[in-house]
Design a protein around this ligand. Sequence first.
Ligand code: AMP
Length: 214
Amino acid sequence: MNLILLGPPGAGKGTQAQRLVDRLKVPQISTGDLLRAAVREGTDLGKQAKEYMERGELVPDSIVVGMLEERIKADDCTPGCILDGFPRAVSQAEALAGVFSGLGRALDHVVSIEVPEEELVKRLTGRRSCPRCGAMFHVMFSPPKQEGVCDKCGGELITRADDNEETIRNRISVYREQTEPLKKFYQEKGLLRPVDGTGTPQEIEKKIAEVVGQ
Ligand code: AMP
């Protein structure tokens, strides 16, 4: 099954993608994670992407689309994948359609996770993540057992550089302007599955499983 998780920053795409990996047994592809890894490793791509990410803007398609295409062509994606954070603009959705058709694969569902803006800001400012294993925590809603330490792998938890209020507001407005038009794009193709993204991660997972028929 090929699935897109669409939603503003803080909607819970990463959290739900990890749960769907276990349920559907297909890998998660997060362009944000791929880009952060490139920035950490100091690759040419990472150097080019860094300033856009720090401002909360979209990294140009010339960087992101090739990165995504290379990942999606890997063997582990043959049974399907869960796309988290891609596409983020109509141009990327069109590029993705080309990649899928070239591989003889098709998109099954686009799950749009809906969360009000003030809730997003609350979620993002308290967010902590583990750069080693990708686990996510929240200082109030799901704190780790030991402050600053990942429950899963013992790694040191960090606050993402772009999880400050100014950048968060910018990321949300970039979402409204550039990414939200994708809802209409996929609705017209009969692929859009809106899901209420408020509630516990378990409740939201259940709703997603229902709309994708799992
Ligand atoms: P995320 O982890 O999905 O919230 O992404 C963090 C940042 O990485 C975004 O604010 C963008 O700067 C960049 N990014 C991630 N995915 C994309 C994408 N598909 N297109 C452009 N920029 C992206």
